[in-house]
Design a protein around this ligand. Structure first.
Ligand SMILES: C[S@@+](CC[C@H](N)C(=O)[O-])C[C@H]1O[C@@H](n2cnc3c(N)ncnc32)[C@H](O)[C@@H]1O
Length: 500
């Protein structure tokens, strides 16, 4: 491996090394400490990656990659750099088990690299279908449909409404609710090509938040003060002698669906035009399966991948099924289905129930019970994981964690990820590299180094830890944790492993 010159060696502080894992020296931390000492040696701070490259920010200005507004996505730039670093060649296959908006798959397609991807959300299917067709769109057709929409008027007596679920009830002004249904019906019945229709669906999806009384905000939707929900709550507070809420969301003038849809379509039209001017990349095989990576990966063939570039849901209570409730309801997901979808998420919310029995059944059905037992043994025997689980349980008894779901989430998160890591190991060819983008977390004063614990689990599976990129910008501490336990470094990292 290339030796770093003296000037390239970052100071220990830059790597955000953790000095104390358990606030007030409350619990055992020796396993986490010794893992930290061991892996800090392969931790590097690089100028190549920063907070923007591991987030959606760079994609906002990026043709194609901005087509699905997906704040949880990473940038095309990050994928390009990693493909280069991994020396991936035209015709190789790269996998992303958590596709989201499809950044890895689409960058691969543009470079003539085959890809496989999974995601449980239906928005990924729409986004991937729309983006992978970029060279096939007929610009004349898109122009024609834009001009038809410009002249389209919803009849005054139109009465259908777009479907909603409990948590999206009242999300749109009354007329907009009808407009969404009207344009959707028009799209379904139109004579445009399948690809053009899917593009319209994508543009409607991208419009939903803009035309609604809601705003995506971390773990949930915030509501404008004019929405039925907020007006009823204000009324209730008044009736019960409570002071009005101080913080209120005011989204100002909301565009109509037609305005927003046209804006979105004009923007993708421009992007298609400029991308089609470039030389077409080699034909590739872009395979996307809408499904749970935990159950899909075990079905795939050994030794087929040249690389993996991915970012799983973070272990931070973020619930995609709530943040994307408008989009899911639009795509026909009912209250019942959304609950099931939430349980399909890799355990990243306090509502997730353990999946281990379902995983066991899946392996048994595939005739791979021994593999299940072997992977489970790695999880159960990992001392760092055991220390984290014990500390969280003790913290919970002490009252430092107010929701027991956190314990279940952390435990399930690592267990499920270990099954993913083990399957990736099996699918990778010798020499293939794997990159995981993730954030470390802290609950009840206990630091959980997702990057290092994952690397340890990956090593126990058979991967060789290559390096851990620690970003210069660390993750912010939550205000509650900081007030109670003080500030600690929480790394944002990209872990790189290799199958020997
Ligand atoms: C951090 S996002 C990935 C973003 C992606 N890198 C991009 O650039 O858009 C994590 C994704 O994992 C998906 N996910 C969560 N649990 C999953 C599971 N069990 N199987 C497959 N995908 C899952 C979520 O729906 C989400 O889209």
């Amino acid at each position: 491996m290339k030796q770093l010159s003296l000037f390239e060696i970052p100071s220990t502080a830059d790597k955000w090394q953790v000095q104390n894992f358990s606030a007030d020296n409350f619990g055992e931390q020796s396993a986490r400490m010794s893992l930290e000492q061991k892996l800090i040696d392969i931790t590097v701070v690089s100028n190549d990656f920063n907070r923007q490259s591991v987030s959606y920010q760079l994609s906002k200005n990026n043709c194609l990659h901005r087509w699905l507004k997906y704040k949880e996505g990473f940038s095309a730039d990050l994928v390009k750099k990693l493909l280069l670093e991994f020396e991936i060649q035209v015709g190789d296959t790269v996998l992303d088990p958590f596709v989201g908006s499809g950044t890895t798959s689409l960058v691969c397609q543009m470079q003539g690299i085959n890809s496989i991807g999974f995601d449980i959300l239906p928005m990924s299917t729409i986004a991937i279908e729309a983006k992978q067709s970029v060279y096939q769109y007929d610009l004349t057709e898109i122009k024609q449909l834009i001009s038809e929409i410009e002249n389209l008027l919803m009849p005054e007596n139109y009465s259908k409404r777009t479907p909603y679920i409990t948590i999206t009830d009242g999300a749109y002004p009354e007329n907009t609710e009808k407009e969404i249904a009207f344009f959707t019906e028009w799209n379904e019945n139109s004579k445009y090509s399948k690809q053009a229709k899917n593009l319209i669906t994508l543009c409607i999806l991208n419009s939903l938040e803009k035309v609604s009384y809601t705003a995506k905000d971390g773990q949930f939707l915030r509501w404008d003060y004019r929405s039925k929900k907020m007006m009823e709550s204000a009324e209730y507070r008044k009736k019960n002698g409570k002071t009005p809420l101080v913080i209120r969301l005011d989204k100002g003038n909301l565009p109509t669906l037609k305005q927003s849809l046209l804006e979105e379509l004009n923007s993708v039209f421009q992007d298609i035009g400029s991308i089609q001017k470039n030389a077409r990349p080699n034909e590739t095989n872009l395979q996307f399966i809408q499904g749970n990576a935990l159950y899909e990966l075990p079905k795939h063939e050994d030794n087929t991948l040249s690389g993996v570039i991915t970012s799983p849901p973070y272990c931070n209570r973020y619930d995609y099924t709530r943040t994307y409730a408008l989009e899911l309801a639009y795509l026909g997901i009912t209250d019942e289905k959304i609950k099931r979808l939430r349980q399909e998420l890799l355990s990243c919310t306090v509502e997730n129930k353990p999946k281990i029995d379902c995983i066991r059944e899946n392996y048994a059905a595939l005739g791979r019970k021994n593999d299940f037992d072997r992977i489970l043994k790695i999880i159960v025997k990992n001392k760092t994981l055991a220390e984290v689980n014990q500390s969280l349980s003790d913290r919970s008894t002490k009252g430092d964690i107010n929701n027991k779901g956190v314990l279940r989430m952390v435990n399930g998160y690592f267990a499920e990820l270990t099954f993913i890591y083990a399957e990736l190991f099996r699918l990778c060819k010798s020499g293939a590299k794997v990159a995981f983008v993730n954030d470390n977390v802290r609950y009840g004063g206990e630091v959980i180094s997702i990057d290092f614990i994952s690397t340890e689990l990956a090593e126990q599976i058979g991967f060789k830890p290559v390096k851990i990129y620690s970003l210069k910008q660390q993750k912010g501490n939550s205000s509650q944790q900081m007030a109670k336990f003080g500030r600690v470094p929480l790394r944002k990292s990209i872990t790189i492993w290799e199958k020997p």
